[in-house]
Write a protein that binds this ligand. Structure first.
Ligand code: MF3
Ligand code: CO
Ligand code: CO
Length: 277
């Protein structure tokens, strides 16, 4: 999600999850058991779609063919792709290759051995959004790119480890930034994670570079994504003329991993965890 210029003042609101929550406000929703059950099901479907892509992502396949598979699997799972006709986006997933940071548009482009590619899916199941992405190496990938993928996944894991009640939202970004910068990578600032649930993009904004102890306190029932975009080079991005595709300004490689999570009494539940492990 594109970041807001001024950080919002957040409040909290307890929701019942039995009625649709439509308006986006700066209130952070605190969900109950129905919400957890809904997100668990949507997240499981989302994870199964990404799991299936393990065997699909190979040199020669087009990003458009990946999009077709994602759409068919989403519909077969009884869900609808949240990105399809979302603010003018006309595909069922985002496919971001090499120096594309996020929101790459599927099309005729073929994957080539040595590429890295991120696929970001969001099936909406019974109104709940399972938002998740992973980055794959295509065939044999240079060690530098493999290292970026590995450290980016570790960044997501570090963010998840910091997500527990009583901690602050900034602890997540601090953990991610610390790990990325240890490897001299750039943490993208222009896009952030976001509240998720019955809305695709809700409060709060989950920034991936922050100070520990800042931001709203994490409370049980909060649902949000963590989705760090990490660049081998500088953090700066620019938007291409298509209005969607974000690329690194220095054309360095960029990787991303995303999970949708819910804060529990003791830590967090990862709704979009791989079923394969
Ligand atoms: N799934 C992306 C996210 O993680 C959003 C994609 S919006 C699109 O928030 F329109 F670009 F598809
Ligand atoms: Co997201
Ligand atoms: Co996503």
């Amino acid at each position: 999600m594109r970041i807001a210029y001024i950080p919002p003042m957040y409040s909290y609101v307890t929701v019942t999850d039995t009625e649709p929550q439509l308006a986006r406000t700066n209130a952070i929703k605190l969900h109950g058991p129905e919400g957890f059950a809904g997100m668990r099901a949507a997240g499981k479907l989302a994870a199964s779609i990404l799991d299936a892509l393990d065997d699909i992502i190979k040199p020669g396949i087009t990003t458009g063919a990946i999009d077709d598979i994602v759409r068919e699997m989403t519909l077969a799972g009884g869900a609808y792709p949240a990105t399809l006709n979302y603010r003018g986006f006309t595909h069922s997933c985002c496919t971001s290759i090499n120096h594309v940071v996020c929101h790459g548009i599927p099309g005729e482009k073929k994957l080539v051995e040595g590429d890295i590619v991120n696929v970001d899916v969001t099936p909406v199941l019974d109104g709940w959004h399972g938002d998740t992405n992973r980055t794959w190496g295509v065939g044999n990938v240079p060690i530098k790119a493999r290292k970026l993928i590995e450290v980016t996944l570790e960044c997501l894991e570090a963010g998840i480890a910091a997500a527990k009640p009583g901690a602050h939202l900034g602890n997540i970004g601090a953990a991610i930034q610390r790990h990325a910068e240890k490897h001299r990578y750039g943490v993208v600032r222009d896009f952030c994670g976001h509240g998720v649930g019955r809305l695709f993009h809700d409060a709060p904004e989950v920034v991936h570079a922050a100070r520990a102890g800042t931001g709203p306190e994490l409370k049980p029932g909060m649902f949000f994504t963590i989705e760090p975009m990490i660049n081998i080079g500088r953090a700066d991005v620019k938007l291409l003329d298509d209005g969607w595709t974000a690329v690194t300004r220095d054309r360095s490689l960029s990787a991303q991993f995303e999970h949708s999570i819910g804060i529990t009494e003791t830590g967090c539940e990862v709704f979009t965890a791989s079923l394969r492990g």
